[in-house]
Ligand binder design. Structure first.
Ligand SMILES: *[C@@H]1O[C@H](CO)[C@@H](O)[C@H](O)[C@H]1NC(C)=O
Ligand SMILES: *[C@@H]1O[C@H](CO)[C@@H](O)[C@H](O)[C@H]1NC(C)=O
Ligand SMILES: *[C@@H]1O[C@H](CO)[C@@H](O)[C@H](O)[C@H]1NC(C)=O
Ligand SMILES: *[C@@H]1O[C@H](CO)[C@@H](O)[C@H](O)[C@H]1NC(C)=O
Ligand SMILES: *[C@@H]1O[C@H](CO)[C@@H](O)[C@H](O)[C@H]1NC(C)=O
Ligand SMILES: *[C@@H]1O[C@H](CO)[C@@H](O)[C@H](O)[C@H]1NC(C)=O
Ligand SMILES: *[C@@H]1O[C@H](CO)[C@@H](O)[C@H](O)[C@H]1NC(C)=O
Ligand SMILES: *[C@@H]1O[C@H](CO)[C@@H](O)[C@H](O)[C@H]1NC(C)=O
Ligand SMILES: *[C@@H]1O[C@H](CO)[C@@H](O)[C@H](O)[C@H]1NC(C)=O
Length: 523
């Protein structure tokens, strides 16, 4: 047996070597990674029949981009999806598409999903090595499409990964495509025909960017590995001090006491001994890449700082930051008296699927902080649609109350503010199958359509494009990926996308009188 003092010495030595090698790694990657060919475009899906929405020039369409990625893929295509419904099912009485005519489906744009599915079949037939990783899918098709792509093709692998087995709840929710370790899509669009033409989506497409593709691929490989492990051998139920709740986590989680933590079986992981929880990294890994932005006229070729962030934190590797930190720091990147714009489908200051419920003030606190001390304006655009979370309103009202607090003393000299609007896509309240139980429902769009589904934030200096809804579960039990950057061209175009929505007639203010009513009643 070694003496404890030698062991501690050895431990420190190994730990410092680890830090040194990391530093060496990050400095070499920032000097050598300026890939002159790396190009990026912002990507959107815009639902049909929104005539009053200004279309920002230079932004690509999701359907085109994903079809090009499948079409251009020569060696390998890796896809992370929550579920697959690229092929519409108007003839299946169990489907939310049921009962619409062929002509209506054309008007809805369903053929774009079919074309994308076909592009994937063609890639599969070209012997591209395809890996499809998804959650178990949704009713009624579940894993039908990835299974059919894989059936009889040794070059296509399909895997279901249930995060519930690892974190007690949660799903694979990242939407990521990686082609030939070079081209990447990260954004809000599901592998669903509706995500191309009936749901508003925002993402980013990189072409010829191995630097970025390789980093995202490490995360993909970690999820892929997780899917092959027996979760009961690698999970523990512990008391999570940070969120004050007992819950199941992977045995290498930092929510577990370091003394009983296991070594992560993932190929790439980071060990930070002696720390419990996932404290904010003071120096998260960022990389300088020159990114050409052909969709933006006055683009810059100066290498600017970018980053990736991931959820849940147990799947971090290298010195990457957790997705929650990246969102918070994007909010806090706002300059004095400047504006930060936030777009999300869901907003809640708590968990949605965790039992017991976790209270989660992380993002609302960051917002209140910049309103107070930086006199910032925070514009928050939240979806209003057929499947709203009931208590969203209460949390939005609580956030709006920041304005009352900020102006509650003249010493605050408050000029910052929170502004919130709901995004209402026409037809949102008439969605569902056209026919149910043999009779007409009066619905005019299929189910789960007519919603603003993008998840991003942009300040005057920094843009963050993610796949997570702004609810606790997405950051702690659900798989998500974000790309963020200080690239001035991307920042300015993402602002334009937000402003086009915010200034459209589809964005309506959350009534402040409602808030005041709640306030007087509680006094
Ligand atoms: C770039 O500028 C040209 C000429 O002013 C204009 O026609 C085009 O729409 C602009 N493109 C973008 C992406 O802003
Ligand atoms: C390959 O991608 C480019 C854009 O990057 C696109 O114009 C082209 O159509 C794609 N090719 C195929 C076969 O999809
Ligand atoms: C398909 O690709 C694999 C390797 O990626 C190769 O071993 C196999 O021979 C290829 N099959 C055909 C029919 O080209
Ligand atoms: C993958 O596809 C095969 C058919 O090729 C199917 O039998 C299997 O259930 C699928 N696996 C998963 C995990 O979806
Ligand atoms: C997983 O491990 C548990 C306990 O070690 C065992 O009982 C179970 O059969 C394993 N499941 C699979 C699918 O191997
Ligand atoms: C949400 O509201 C609906 C309608 O008032 C109600 O039926 C449902 O139980 C509520 N759900 C939750 C989780 O509170
Ligand atoms: C309050 O804010 C105004 C305008 O931003 C500024 O001119 C003034 O100096 C501030 N007063 C104090 C006491 O900080
Ligand atoms: C749907 O919402 C619109 C506008 O919000 C409203 O005018 C209309 O009456 C609603 N329709 C139904 C069927 O609820
Ligand atoms: C591009 O030009 C617009 C309008 O002049 C400006 O607001 C924006 O900051 C510029 N973007 C870059 C990347 O210089």
């Amino acid at each position: 047996m070694m003496k404890p003092s030698i062991m501690i010495g050895l431990f420190h030595f190994v730990y410092y070597m680890f830090i040194l090698s990391n530093l060496a790694h990050s400095s070499s990657s920032s000097s050598s990674s300026s890939n002159p060919h790396c190009q990026a475009w912002l990507v959107q899906s815009i639902p049909t029949n929104m005539p009053h929405l200004f279309h920002v020039p230079g932004v690509l369409s999701t359907g085109d981009v994903l079809s090009w990625m499948a079409g251009n893929s020569t060696r390998r295509l890796d896809i992370i999806a929550q579920y697959w419904e690229l092929l519409a099912s108007p003839d299946d009485p169990r489907s939310g598409d049921y009962g619409y005519t062929q002509q209506q489906m054309q008007e809805f744009g369903a053929q774009e999903g079919a074309a994308l599915y076909q592009a994937l079949e063609e890639a599969a037939d070209r012997n591209v090595s395809i890996r499809l990783l998804s959650h178990s899918g949704v009713y009624p098709k579940f894993t039908l499409e990835p299974s059919q792509l894989a059936a009889g093709r040794p070059n296509v692998e399909n895997v279901t990964l249930l995060l519930k087995d690892w974190w007690g709840s949660g799903i694979v929710h990242a939407k990521v495509w990686i082609s030939d370790s070079r081209d990447v899509y990260i954004g809000s669009a599901n592998n669903d025909w509706k995500s191309l033409t009936q749901v508003k989506e925002v993402g980013i497409y990189f072409a010829d960017c191995p630097t970025i593709a390789n980093k995202v691929e490490v995360y993909f490989n970690n999820l892929w590995k997780l899917a092959s492990l027996n979760s009961s051998d690698y999970t523990k139920t512990v008391f999570d001090q940070t969120w004050q709740v007992e819950r199941k986590v992977p045995c290498w989680s930092h929510f577990i006491d370091p003394k009983v933590r296991c070594k992560s079986p993932l190929p790439r992981d980071v060990e930070t001994p002696r720390v419990t929880g996932y404290p904010i990294l003071s120096d998260p890994h960022m990389f300088k890449v020159s990114i050409q932005t052909p969709g933006i006229n006055n683009s810059t070729m100066l290498p600017q700082v970018s980053y990736l962030s991931f959820a849940p934190p147990e799947l971090l590797f290298g010195k990457y930051q957790a997705d929650e930190q990246a969102w918070i720091e994007t909010i806090k990147s706002v300059g004095m008296k400047e504006t930060v714009r936030i777009n999300t489908m869901d907003w809640l200051g708590q968990s949605e699927f965790m039992d017991p419920t976790v209270f989660w003030p992380s993002l609302s606190t960051a917002i209140s902080e910049v309103v107070f001390s930086k006199h910032a304006t925070v514009k928050l655009l939240v979806a209003y649609w057929a499947h709203n979370i009931n208590n969203t309103d209460q949390y939005l009202k609580a956030l709006l109350y920041t304005n009352n607090l900020c102006s509650s003393s003249k010493f605050n000299n408050c000029s910052g503010k929170v502004e919130i609007k709901y995004y209402v896509i026409p037809g949102f309240n008439m969605t569902g199958p056209a026919i149910k139980g043999g009779s007409s429902t009066g619905n005019i769009y299929p189910d789960f359509t007519r919603v603003n589904h993008g998840k991003y934030a942009v300040s005057d200096t920094r843009a963050h494009i993610g796949t997570s809804n702004l609810v606790w579960d997405y950051f702690y039990t659900t798989a998500g990926v974000s790309f963020g950057t200080y690239n001035t061209a991307i920042v300015s175009q993402l602002k334009e996308i937000f402003d086009a929505d915010w200034n459209s007639p589809y964005a309506v203010p959350v009534p402040v009188q409602e808030l005041e009513k709640v306030h007087t009643r509680s006094i």
